[in-house]
Design a protein around this ligand. Structure first.
Ligand SMILES: Nc1ccn([C@@H]2O[C@H](COP(=O)(O)OP(=O)(O)OP(=O)(O)O)[C@@H](O)[C@H]2O)c(=O)n1
Ligand SMILES: C[C@](O)(CO)[C@H](O)COP(=O)(O)O
Length: 264
């Protein structure tokens, strides 16, 4: 049996954490005693990802390098982790910078980087993502999909609203059928050729939060290519607000103690 090509990842960690209201970079905030970025990269390594580029705030590169030192895979071997400057403008622009650093990272990891190489894009803020979900996304890319996203059915009724101030009041203009909607998570997985093409085509639009894409799969959709949805996992929640941080801390402590929490 042939050995599958190693998979690589870009972890986005250059955000400031405005909605969390933290003092320093959000990805350095600890969850159950471990900085979010370290936890996110460590779980990727345990899932067999061969090397990771981390995009960090430009002024905090040294602190991020310390935070991700000495991360090992399941067999105990250190994996290469490259910390590079992300963009203050948008997540999309940060991912683009991470992709620029990927060829050097692949060389350090002794991995090929050809059109079919599986490349994940993952949020440091989803720092509890189970290795099983990571492995599943990679497996679906290896089986031939160009782009794969995990997602969960929504449990609230969703309304579409008209124009107006965010705080409202706003007119309700529609109620989409929620059985066809999914709340999308990361890691999102791609064939390298597809991801590179999608980001190149969108390069001019990442300069501000209002014009940038909110995820990488939508850039692939914009090319008219197929994106496949697989079941997400509640543990892949995104730490955005104070209450998310509290919940993540509780879940991480329970999981670290081997409660078997997690899964769907
Ligand atoms: N310019 C940016 C913005 C976000 N991110 C990363 O993208 C992920 C998802 O972003 P989000 O949860 O919105 O983080 P922040 O931008 O830090 O949060 P906020 O919008 O509240 O400031 C995070 O891991 C964040 O670090 C990034 O790399 N570069
Ligand atoms: C990529 C993402 O996590 C998928 O749900 C999400 O769109 C990121 O949004 P954010 O506002 O940058 O946190």
């Amino acid at each position: 049996m042939s050995v599958p090509e190693p998979a690589l990842a870009v972890v986005t960690a250059a955000g400031s954490g405005t909605r969390l209201g933290c003092e320093g970079p959000k990805a350095l905030v600890p969850v159950a005693g471990e900085p979010m970025v370290r936890r996110a990269v460590r779980l990727l390594a345990l899932a067999g990802i061969a090397g990771v580029v981390v995009t960090a705030p430009e002024e905090s590169l040294a602190a991020f390098r310390v935070a991700v030192e000495g991360i090992r895979d399941e067999a105990g071997a250190a994996i290469p982790v490259e910390v590079t400057a992300g963009s203050a403008f948008s997540r999309q622009a940060s991912v683009a910078r991470g992709l620029d650093a990927l060829p050097d990272l692949a060389a350090r990891a002794g991995a090929a980087l050809d059109d079919a190489t599986p490349v994940l894009v993952h949020d440091a803020a989803r720092c509890l993502t189970p290795p099983d979900l990571v492995r599943h996304v990679v497996a679906v890319v290896r089986s031939g999909a160009g782009a794969v996203v995990p997602g969960l059915p929504v449990t609230d009724t969703l309304k579409q609203v008209g124009e107006g101030p965010v705080e409202g009041p706003l007119p309700v203009v529609g109620t989409p059928d929620r059985t066809r909607l999914r709340a999308v998570q990361t890691p999102q997985g791609f064939r390298w050729g597809v991801l590179r093409r999608a980001h190149r085509a969108a390069r001019g639009r990442g300069g501000s939060e209002s014009t940038a894409a909110t995820d990488d799969a939508s850039l692939v959709e914009a090319l008219g290519l197929t994106v496949v949805m697989v079941p997400g996992d509640l543990m892949a929640l995104k730490v955005t607000t104070r209450s998310d941080l509290l919940l993540a801390g509780l879940l991480a402590s329970a999981d670290d103690e081997g409660s078997g929490l997690g899964g769907k």
